[in-house]
Ligand binder design. Sequence first.
Ligand SMILES: [Zn+2]
Length: 507
Amino acid sequence: MSSISRFSSSEIRPKTATACETTRSLSERLVSVACVTILVLLPTGTAFADETVAPLSGWLNIVWGDSHDEDRPIVHRRVTLTDDQGKTTELQVSDELLTGGVSRWNGYRVTAFPRSTAALGPRGEVPVSALRLEGGGTSSLGGVSGSQPWISILCKFSDIGDEPEDLSFFQGMYGNNPGGLDHYWREVSADAIDIVGSTAVDWVTLPGTHLSYVPTPGSGTAANLDLIFNDCTAAVDPVVDFSNGGSPFAGINIMLNALLDCCAWGGGRFATLDGVSKSWRTTWEPPWGYAQEAVIAHEMGHGFGLPHANNFDGDGNPYDSPWDVMSSATGYAANDSTYGALGKHVNAYHKDQLGWFAPARRFEAPANSSTSILLDHTALADATNYQIARIPIAGNRWYTVEARIRSGDYESNLAGDAVIIHEVNTGRSEPAWAVDGQNPPADYGDNPGTMWTVGETFADAANSISVEVESSTATGFRVRINNGDPGAIFLDGFESGNVFSWSSQSP
Ligand SMILES: [Zn+2]
């Protein structure tokens, strides 16, 4: 894997100017109408330095772009704001603002303050100096539950007649049989969600040519995703009721018959369709996207609001952890004769963010404790033991511990049976990094250092945290979790000889 620059290189850090109180429900996190938060870049501290430029108010959506070319593992994100007239403007938002909080506003209503002196970006992006969270909207993070029907709409560019797959292929992709996406998402979410009612409609033709939407097929980032969304949803409108008889589709997979730019894309798009105004979970897929169902699962994951996961090598490439479909989507994937590589599960942090662990499956390590617990593997249906252990470090940092076992329809081809530990830091682009005890960490997270097995102990001595894999069980592992008990860590370290001494990364 080649090394690329990190997202965030500046020392300038975002600061939340005003605390924001949110309320959570199981299904969605709702923003209080009274909640007003401004994110500004310090040290300038001048949130309104550019107040001569009219602010833009509307609905924020984030879309992630994933390259098919693994030699160029650069992640692309687009931030859009759709106003009440339906006009969508792409915003140029710094990585500091995004990781500092704006990424958690995906789906919310915001006001953006343009930077008057800065030039527009290559796609006409408007640079912004500050964003303010307004009341209204919903975000996936905090919970996705219940029925989430998607619709695949198949759109041909006007000058390309190919139909790479037929309607039955796209309808079958949503099946409830093993390998079908309804079956998949039910298993991944422990039945917290389903996608029952998902469907596909047959190919229609867009009004424009390929190059009119995609100036550089296969490269760059210039595909006009908004125009494709508008034209494709309009082209199918005679045969699609997006309001779905009162139960609107949750998401839209736009399947295209030729390349986009660098990437397949997934995230959200605010629009009014058949009288329903909301942020629609949306993906834009070139043929290589739907050739591997794992790619569709990855992009739908972005649609559910998930970012990428990462391994521990710090190289900025977020596609090098084979423990999450939101990282190396097709690595160590199970295979289906029709739909290619299938999605794996997402990591325990991602599941927890979406509210997919029942309380009885969650272990929160108390302070100053040493506890031996049973962990059932993450794909086990009807688990009776814990499926996630969460160990606080400080502030917005914690560890998650989960068991992964080669089994079932989606995890059968994993790199091994192991306890996987993620260090979570919500202040970075990919909050969850799979901890690797190897020094230096491996380029790709399929190594023994990332797979914690019986007799091994992960130790973060600086924070007095350790995780010892005590034994394997029929359904996972028994682990001992020490949180704030330095004596236990010291003792284990010298007794077992298998302790990986390690310090948590700086935030
Ligand atoms: Zn992605």
